[in-house]
Design a protein around this ligand. Structure first.
Ligand code: UFG
Length: 326
């Protein structure tokens, strides 16, 4: 039995699969637990796949009994902000109740460390240009509230049951594995960079820029795009940091923002294809600017982004997309 076995819940998804690769490269055995609703069997390449749902306590018990799990990295969640507005129950049931089931299973099997995928959505509408972890939290959609609620549950389980947790508040995950082994494959795809690249590949699927009248230098929204391999690396650091710290909450972003127009321009450079966006209305619920303060990620995890050139991040996403025949 491997003595560094980690349970990766949602390991067949975009960020989960990149983290499995990073774990394997660092000598861990990632055991993926995934219901394959949004995850992909082909993305599980670095350890066993157990097909199961976090709402299913018996399936979780079986995995904790079968493997000598030392810690959990928990990605499994629905993550469509718009859908969370129209189907909040789905988000509270899966993201909150599902995580509660997982935490209770961990408690009962004596597994303490958990790295949790949180989100900058816990902050809601920013009151400062750059968001630090102590920024006030008032989410503006059920997705954000589901992440917020799990963060509170983790604190309570820590106090009562000795669970050790690191909540990682991601900004905008982007890019793909630089070796081309895995990449982003959401269905439906709602994220900017893959949609811009899809527009480059197929002019019949143009990209719509959501809003050009924001209070930003070029009028379009600004986001902090973090390379998925940098995110993956931070998860392993978080896992290891939990040996010394019982409770951590850390932003994961590069600290630099790019506007939607800048992303379209960069994608044009990377692909060499003229991309002609449609300029549309604002998408409800989009804050004008979300950029991370990454001081804590550095001081607590020793983490720095390796990929700070947005063109390189887009290039990796493009190479991944070019492999896909669809
Ligand atoms: N955008 C467009 N056109 C599109 C898609 C997106 O202009 O077709 C814009 C959005 O308005 C936004 C930016 O591109 O300004 C990025 O949008 P994404 O949908 O790629 O990402 P979000 O910033 O909306 O969402 C991300 C994560 C969520 C998380 C959220 C926190 O994907 O999980 O950040 O606010 F909740």
């Amino acid at each position: 039995m491997h003595d560094r076995t980690m349970l990766v819940v949602g390991g067949a998804g975009y960020i989960g699969s990149h983290t499995c690769k990073a774990l394997a490269l660092r000598g861990y055995e990632p055991v993926t637990f995934d219901n394959l609703v949004h995850g992909h069997e082909w993305a599980v390449k670095w350890g066993p796949l157990v097909r199961g749902d976090i709402m299913d306590r018996a399936a979780l018990d079986a995995v904790f009994e079968h493997y000598d799990i030392q810690g959990v990295i928990h990605f499994a969640a629905y993550c469509y902000v718009g859908e969370s507005m129209t189907a909040p129950g789905k988000y509270y049931r899966n993201n909150v109740a599902g995580t509660l089931t997982l935490l209770e299973a961990m408690r009962d099997h004596g597994v303490r460390p958990i790295v949790f995928s949180s989100s900058c959505a816990v902050y809601g509408t920013p009151t400062t240009p750059v968001l630090a972890e102590d920024h006030p939290q008032w989410p503006v959609n059920p997705y954000g509230w589901s992440k917020f609620t799990v963060e509170r549950m983790l604190e309570d389980f820590g106090r009562a049951h000795g669970t050790r947790h690191c909540a990682l508040r991601y900004f905008n995950a982007a890019g793909a594995d630089p070796d081309g082994e895995i990449g982003e494959a959401h269905d439906p795809e709602t994220h900017l960079i893959p949609l811009v690249l899809r527009a480059a590949r197929d002019p019949r699927k143009p990209i719509t820029v959501f809003g050009t009248d924001y209070d930003t230098p070029d009028g379009t929204c600004i986001r902090d795009y973090i390379h998925v391999s940098d995110l993956a690396d931070a998860h392993i650091r978080a896992l290891e940091a939990l040996q010394a710290h019982p409770a951590l909450t850390v932003n994961l972003g590069t600290g630099t923002g790019f506007s939607v127009r800048e992303i379209v321009d960069a994608a044009r450079d990377v692909t060499g294809i003229p991309i002609n966006p449609i300029y549309g209305d604002r998408r409800p619920g989009d804050p004008s600017r979300l950029v991370a303060n990454r001081t804590l990620a550095h001081s607590l995890l020793g983490w720095e982004p390796r990929y700070t050139d947005i063109r390189q991040t887009i290039e990796h996403a493009w190479s991944w997309m070019e492999r896909d025949p669809e």
